[in-house]
Design a protein around this ligand. Structure first.
Ligand code: FAD
Ligand code: N01
Length: 543
């Protein structure tokens, strides 16, 4: 592919890129997918750490676009493990014969919009030069790992791992003293599994996290039967819901009930596992008073699960409202701290000073370790996009345009960057939802848009600056009505030094967002400028 000319160039071979390719084919467009990985899967290719699995239930965490696919594929567990999800992704790719238009072990390094040809010129680290009418960034919200700049890291004589770049070979911690830094979803999932294998596990915790029990196990055959017979109705429900899944929606404020009634409802939801608890009341994310009830309830649960009261207190999150940092869903996370071979170190009180050849020093004390696991997360939502040198009209750079925080129209398009689409980009619900629902909505919207353009012989579509500004104000206004800014999280860019402090996802909900996007399309892509070949005047002609 040293030089190529395609209708659509798609960056990323995860759930997004795979479905985008399928939809491009259906439109009769030539398309290529490029990924830096050696194979398909995106998140599920890179995150192979012990205990990695989805925490949206398997039946929902899968494509809905094909009735046959949904009927034929059967998950084995309530929350599928990483290898099973990867098998599923590979199955989809083979089933729809998508692999022949994919290229791996290739990183897209730059994409520049050529105003003369009205096409994107894309370059890779292998020297490819691809010309494309459309450029779809399916680069993932959580694909650029964050490895903090720990002093002395290079000097460590043991093994180091990042959860988001886990090796393909089996890692054996038997007999080893392992340290894990990070207590987000990756840390919470891997800690119990590593603890069961290692001689000793030290968990270095800066901020404790709220976590709800998964109640994980083999998938219930009745649930499978229900989904297989009612999948159209259930998926439609998910698409119009707030978080892209089929939770029972509460219509009650936590403030309207007596303490007994409120706790009974919390208890019922807790017992259902996963994100059901977050949907207990209408106002957990908008009212501090309502949220405090959830905080108290979750603290009570931690104290019940952890034997040592001092350790339990350390594990109780007290500096942020419930659900404003990505909620974890765990299997035996808190109980793991009851094991003799596990210790918890508070690195907020005594920060990590350096990595040493023999371990890690925090608060003046050296912890001797044979291996360190960095469960330190990602440069979320913008990291992968800003790692590519993207230049739009007049050579304007993405980096420059987003220096104060991302600016998009609907999280899908960027003014000054015609025919470029960002799948689940900043300013869309993406990471605050069942992402497969959000991915499908974006891909279908983009494909419909491409179809609209092709049918009318249009050359470019570009978000207007006014529409973009208005959308960003809306994204910010909606977030202002919530508790999200009360947390130091990657949702607001707080985990990466120097990252602009704004709200990255759209918190208005999946269903409401879908309606907005659909209306914009139905109105002839309101807020976008669409130009036909005949209307384009070459800049070379001095227009
Ligand atoms: P990704 O899967 O991230 O794929 C993006 C791909 O783009 C990657 O393969 C990357 O290599 C490639 N890429 C990026 N930049 C370049 C470049 N410049 N050149 C070439 N290739 C490039 N979401 C949920 O809704 N439910 C869950 O239960 C859930 N579990 C998760 C568990 C983990 C461990 C993680 C990290 C995330 C989880 N997510 C979950 C979010 C998950 O990222 C999405 O659900 C989904 O898999 C994203 O798919 P994607 O195709 O958009 O992006
Ligand atoms: O990353 P995170 P993650 N010193 O950013 C700590 C999805 N996901 O990979 O909170 C000490 O959440 C940091 O501490 P603090 C999901 O969307 C889903 O776990 O910043 N500690 C934090 O504890 C999730 O939200 C699943 O104080 C440092 C941790 O590292 C997203 O991916 C599974 C530090 C990072 O937590 C990211 O999750 C996995 C430092 N210098 C991931 N720097 C499912 O279950 C960072 N930390 C579906």
């Amino acid at each position: 592919m040293a030089t190529a000319d395609v209708d659509a160039l798609i960056v990323g071979a995860g759930f997004s890129g795979i479905y985008m390719l399928k939809r491009c084919r259906e439109l009769g467009l030539s398309a290529r997918v490029i990924d830096a990985a050696t194979d398909v899967g995106g998140t599920w290719y890179w995150n192979r750490y012990p205990g990695a699995r989805c925490d949206v239930e398997s039946m929902s965490y899968s494509y809905s676009f094909s009735d046959e696919l949904q009927r034929d594929w059967t998950w084995t567990e309530r929350y599928a493990q990483q290898p099973e999800i990867l098998d599923y992704v590979a199955h989809v790719v083979e089933r729809f014969d998508l692999r022949r238009d994919m290229r791996f072990e290739t990183r897209v390094t730059s994409a520049a919009f050529d105003e003369t040809s009205n096409r994107w010129q894309v370059e890779t680290d292998r020297g490819d030069n691809i010309s494309a009418k459309y450029c779809v960034m399916a680069t993932g919200c959580l694909s650029t790992t964050n490895l903090p700049d720990f002093r002395g890291l290079e000097s460590f004589e043991g093994d180091t791992y990042h959860t988001g770049r886990w090796p393909h070979e089996a890692v054996d911690f038997t007999g080893k003293r392992v340290g894990i830094i990070g207590t987000g979803s990756s840390g919470v999932q891997s800690t119990p599994v590593i603890a069961a294998e290692a001689a000793h596990l030290t968990v270095f915790q800066r901020t404790p996290n709220f976590s709800v029990p998964a109640f994980h196990g083999p998938i219930d055959p009745d649930v499978v039967k229900m989904w297989k017979t009612r999948h159209r109705e259930l998926r439609q429900h998910a698409r119009t819901s707030r978080i892209g899944d089929i939770f029972e929606v509460s219509e009650t404020s936590a403030l309207d009930l007596t303490r007994e009634a409120r706790d009974a409802e919390f208890e019922r939801r807790w017992g259902q596992g996963s994100f059901n608890f977050l949907a207990s009341f209408t106002d957990l994310i908008t009212s501090r008073a309502a949220n405090d009830f959830a905080v108290d309830f979750a603290h009570k649960k931690i104290r019940q699960r952890v034997d040592d009261p001092e350790v339990a207190e350390l594990l109780c999150p007290k500096d942020h409202p419930f659900g404003t940092k990505r909620l974890c869903v765990d299997t035996d996370y808190f109980e793991t701290f009851n094991r003799d071979n596990v210790s918890l170190v508070d690195v907020k009180a005594a920060p990590i000073e350096e990595i040493t050849p023999r371990g890690l020093r925090a608060g003046g004390k050296e912890f001797e370790l044979d291996a360190i696991v960095f469960a330190t997360g990602f440069d979320a939502m913008t990291g992968a996009l800003l790692a590519i040198d993207i230049r739009g009209r007049g050579g304007i750079e993405f980096k420059e345009k987003w220096s104060d925080g991302p600016k998009t129209y609907l999280g899908l398009a960027v003014a000054g960057f015609p025919n470029l689409f960002t799948v689940t980009g900043p300013g869309s619900p993406s990471v605050l939802s069942n992402m497969i629902t959000s991915i499908e909505q974006h891909i279908e919207w983009i494909a419909d848009c491409m179809g609209y353009m092709e049918a009318r012989d249009l050359t470019t579509i570009e978000a207007s600056r006014e529409a973009e500004d208005k959308w960003m104000r809306h994204v910010s206004d909606v977030a202002d009505g919530t508790l999200f800014f009360e947390s130091n999280t990657w949702y607001v860019g707080a985990n990466i030094p120097g990252k602009p402090r704004v709200i990255y996802p759209y918190v208005g909900g999946v269903g409401a967002y879908r309606d907005i996007c659909s209306k914009i399309a139905a109105d002839g892509y309101a807020g976008f400028t669409l130009v036909s070949a005949a209307e384009h005047v070459s800049p070379a002609m001095g227009a």
